[in-house]
Design a protein around this ligand. Structure first.
Ligand code: UDX
Length: 462
């Protein structure tokens, strides 16, 4: 039998690369040979993405998705995904077939969820595959239920949607792709992911989550085998063997040089509000101004990530940004930061986040209470889990007429998280509890480690 060689194929978005690369590094540490495949653009921009301790076991392969300089705001997203698929299928086939002619053929494919087509390629060339699900298990469950008997219930968009093994949901908690207001083609993207899984018997899904966090959700779909292998965070932050491993190593945005760590060092313990909306979302200027207002009204020190591409593209408009100087007096604005270093800093008090799953996982690992400000995709569901299931924070509410979350609401939610009241105390205690459980899961005898070893054993790895 050939030695295990896993090909990890990942969509070139930061939210996909971070957990995928982390999984790849963990596999390498377990003695597995890994090839990591992503686009030319992402690979070009990924910093330090090598494991110095065992470089021979981790190989990077990039493919041209037709957008080697990255996706521009004027590009058509649908076309981008189509070209990604066409070019990706060809590249994947070539990599797998070339490997079979060498000593180390690929023996398993792990693909991130926007690469559903990758599973079809694997089937065609008779290589087993597993999906790496980079969102919570609960979201995969909701998608599954939608196409398996509960579509009508979800479509009704009521305030009481009861799905098996999940908390009672309201219309505000449903992933955006399933809302009636979302164009049909996005639901079809979800359907395609499930169809690919349904073509297999008991398909394996590696989930960036852990057993204690999503006990029921990880077991909700009988037809699939969901395997909790998270949190997929560098081991240096989890008290693992290699304490120097403190970076994902795959940043596709340039790291800010803005001395923000020194700035955090100068702040009292638990005093800073960290604000970030991840790597993709662009907020309207009116919303940014309301966030600024909320932060100024709080008067607490804050660190706010505003990416270079995080504006509406109209430079003249950007220059009219009010409050900018005032903001820089009490807070710090950076283009990008090492979020892991920031969240693990003792001066951190709370995290105002869009609830991308990586950010949520990171808030759990570092025990940071959350002000949840969901934007799209899975984020409304993630916000629901934070507020009502794990109880580590509060969710903001928008003004139904304007669709904007007002500064006053943002200020109130931050204050409620940062003050010494009963609620903030409860959220802090819960955040600490989950932090401990996340570390346990990743310990040598923890559930995530055992689950990953089980997965390898199933592949025939000894
Ligand atoms: C996307 C989707 O938007 C999200 O809904 C889904 O759950 C995952 O994929 P993204 O919006 O980028 O993700 O957010 P998130 O999942 O939070 O991932 C962002 C990553 O970038 C995090 O790992 C975070 O640590 C990192 N980051 C972000 C930085 O390192 N520095 C920053 O300044 C901002």
């Amino acid at each position: 039998m050939n030695p295990t060689h896993i090909l990890v194929a990942t969509f070139p978005g930061q939210g996909h690369i971070n957990p995928s690369l982390q999984l790849a590094k963990r596999l390498v540490k377990m003695g597995i040979e890994v090839t990591f495949m992503t686009s030319v653009f992402a690979r070009k921009r990924m910093a330090n993405a090598t494991t110095e301790d065992s470089p021979k076991r981790l190989t990077f392969v990039e493919f041209s998705d037709g957008y080697d300089d990255g996706l521009k705001p004027c590009d058509d997203g649908k076309r981008y995904m189509e070209e990604m698929k066409t070019n990706g299928i060809e590249a994947l086939k070539n990599i797998i077939l070339a490997s079979s002619k060498r000593d180390h053929p690929v023996t398993c494919l792990v693909y991130s969820h926007l690469f559903a087509w990758a599973a079809e390629v694997a089937r065609e060339v008779h290589v087993p595959s597993a999906l790496l699900w980079i969102e919570p298990a609960a979201v995969l469950d909701i998608y599954y239920y939608y196409f398996n008997g509960y579509g009508g219930d979800i479509d009704k968009c009521s305030n009481e949607i009861q799905l098996p093994k999940l908390p009672l949901l309201s219309k505000n908690d449903i992933p955006i792709f399933l809302l009636p207001s979302t164009p049909e083609r996005f639901r079809l993207v979800v359907k395609e992911k499930l169809d690919v899984l349904d073509a297999e018997t008991k398909p394996k899904v590696l989930v960036n989550s852990f057993d204690e966090l999503e006990k029921d959700a990880l077991r909700a779909i009988e037809k699939y085998e969901l395997i909790g292998v998270g949190p997929l965070i560098p081991s240096g932050f989890l008290g693992g063997e290699d304490l120097s491993d403190k970076s994902y190593g795959g940043d596709i945005f340039k790291l800010s040089e803005n001395n923000y760590i020194e700035w955090l060092d100068s702040k009292p313990e638990s005093s800073v509000v960290y604000v970030s909306f991840g790597s993709m979302f662009v907020l309207p200027k009116t919303q940014m101004e309301q966030i600024a207002k909320g932060l100024l009204d709080c008067g607490r020190p804050f660190l706010w990530v505003i990416r270079e591409n995080e504006h509406d593209g109209n430079n003249e408009d950007d220059q009219k940004w009010s409050h900018f100087e005032e903001l820089e007096r009490i807070g710090k604005i950076v283009r990008w930061c090492s979020q892991l270093e920031v969240l693990s800093h003792p001066s951190l008090g709370c995290f105002l986040t869009h609830c991308g799953w990586n950010s949520v996982m990171e808030s759990i690992v570092f025990g940071v209470p959350v002000v949840a400000f969901p934007q799209g995709f899975d984020q409304p569901t993630n916000a629901k889990l934070i507020e009502d299931v794990w109880k580590t924070g509060i969710r903001v509410h928008k003004n139904e007429d304007s669709g904007i979350v007002e500064g006053d609401e943002i200020m109130k939610c931050i204050e409620k998280t940062m003050d010494d009241g009963e609620k903030s105390q409860e959220w802090r205690n819960n955040a600490n509890k989950w932090k401990g459980l996340a570390r346990e899961a990743m310990g040598e005898n923890g559930s995530s480690n055992k689950n990953l070893m089980y997965f390898l054993k199933e592949l025939g790895h000894v």
